[in-house]
Design a protein around this ligand. Structure first.
Ligand code: BGC
Length: 439
């Protein structure tokens, strides 16, 4: 055995404390407590909960024919008005953080024209969080963008990063002071993941037709959005999104250098199956450039909903006995910890789980998933992965993009006509863990 001053001192400490504690220190089981100050929260995004986000690119797509959307977002959860009720729910559950997004189209409805009233609205939300002891985590862009931006080529424009950075700078000047964590873009790698799923060609055709209808309505050649994207544009958009993240980050930092800024990524827990698995090549394709770019960030947001098993030929279907979400995907509780371990190993960055959840009408599944996934996450933390917090997707049943309101991810149900909020049992499960800061 190799003795150092440190190990002798540590052994001495153990001799003194072991009889007192009645346990052998070296064999103590890891406690179920999460690190002090761990962030427990829920997440939403402006377009999915606010309602009447009429100046956005997506609003136009939702309300034209043909459309890729099952239904329009309409009033959503009316959180533009009811946000204090949402924050009261967060506090009532004992959560100490809330992730939400600010809507670029409300703040800059016409190019270069910024709305002080809408900036004040988001400022009130941030202050409303602080008054309730909730840390606000703010996403600067969660997919929806101004219609004028999409009509001018959106996220494919070579000057998109300048437009996005101008918005970030203006918003940060008004809002950054009391923000806890800032995220530039939400899941800019999402389309890479969707492409890897081999979705039916009809889905991509519906997307193309929807975008063409919007371009016609605006009298422009193309209409380009972040999450409803022509398959042919997926690769070309990536370097522009990377530049948007870098410039957006610099803009926010120029206002508040000490504010932690990062990006959130959609990350499956990719497993290699058998010989010559495609797993590592797929990881490089789906996350590689972003994990590299994130190395200059303060943290990275991990958003996980599933695992992906890759053999030498491609992605395998879920095992026959798998639990399934309402989209037919596998629900695999350890997937969150797997994604977190991978992203930390690849970047060395602190991790914030900015989304994790399940689209299911069966809340019992959600209530089981949360503690099971957190137990595995706790093991990753015990192994030394610095995880700062866990934010569940989502606080509310909300507008699930092209699927409309049929897919439900909320801890809280929302009545579509009265907007009444009702806690589901899973909300109390997460709230209990948050209040104990332990499983
Ligand atoms: C997005 C959310 C979405 C959720 C569930 C993530 O891709 O950031 O906006 O609602 O997953 O599909």
């Amino acid at each position: 055995m190799h003795f150092t001053r440190r190990s002798v001192l540590a052994a001495g400490g153990a001799l003194v404390s072991a009889p007192v504690l009645g346990i052998a220190r070296a064999h103590a089981a890891p406690s179920s407590a999460f690190p002090p100050g761990f962030l427990w929260g829920a997440a939403t995004a402006g377009h999915q909960v606010e309602g009447n986000n009429t100046a956005t690119d997506l609003w136009l797509l939702e309300n034209l024919e043909p459309t890729a959307f099952a239904e329009p977002s309409g009033d959503a959860c009316n959180s533009l008005i009811l946000w204090p009720r949402d924050l009261d729910l967060v506090r009532q559950l004992g959560l100490n953080s809330y992730r939400f997004s600010i809507e670029w189209a409300r703040i800059e409805p016409e190019p270069g024209r910024f709305s002080t009233a809408m900036l004040d609205h988001y400022k009130a939300m941030i202050e409303g969080c602080r008054e309730r002891g909730i840390m606000p985590l703010v996403t600067f862009n969660h997919f929806a963008a101004p219609r004028w931006f999409a009509a001018q080529g959106g996220w494919l424009r070579s000057d998109a990063p300048d437009h996005f950075a101008r918005f970030c700078e203006r918003a940060a000047r008004h809002l950054a002071r009391d923000v806890g964590y800032a995220m530039t873009l939400n899941e800019p790698n999402l389309l890479l993941l969707l492409r890897s799923l081999g979705l039916p060609p009809a889905m991509w055709e519906a997307t193309r037709a929807s975008l063409a209808a919007a371009a016609r309505a605006c009298g422009t050649g193309r209409f380009v959005t972040a999450n409803v994207v022509d398959l042919d544009d997926v690769d070309a958009m990536q370097p522009i999104l990377l530049a948007c993240h870098r410039k957006g980050r610099a803009a926010i930092k120029s206002v508040r250098p000490d504010l932690p800024v990062g990006v959130t990524l959609a990350v499956a827990d990719d497993e290699a199956v058998g010989k010559d698995s495609l797993r590592d090549a797929k990881r490089a394709e789906l996350y590689g450039a972003w994990l590299e770019a994130a190395k200059g960030d303060d943290f990275i947001g991990v958003q996980n909903y599933e695992r992906a098993r890759w053999d030498a030929r491609g992605r395998l279907p879920p095992p026959p006995d798998a639990r399934r979400n309402d989209m037919g995907g596998e629900v695999h509780p350890p997937s969150l910890a797997g994604a977190v371990r991978y992203v930390h190993a690849a970047t060395g960055l602190p991790i914030l789980v900015t989304e994790h959840g399940v689209g299911s009408d069966d809340d019992a599944l959600r209530a089981e998933l949360i503690p099971a996934a957190l137990a595995a996450l706790k093991s990753a933390i015990d192994e030394g992965v610095p995880v700062k917090g866990y934010l569940h997707w989502s606080l509310l049943d909300n507008f699930e993009w092209v699927f409309g309101y049929r897919r439900r991810f909320g801890l809280v149900a929302v009545d579509r006509s009265t907007f009444e909020r009702t806690l589901k049992p899973s909300a109390r499960v997460l709230g209990g863990i948050a209040q104990r800061n332990a499983l």
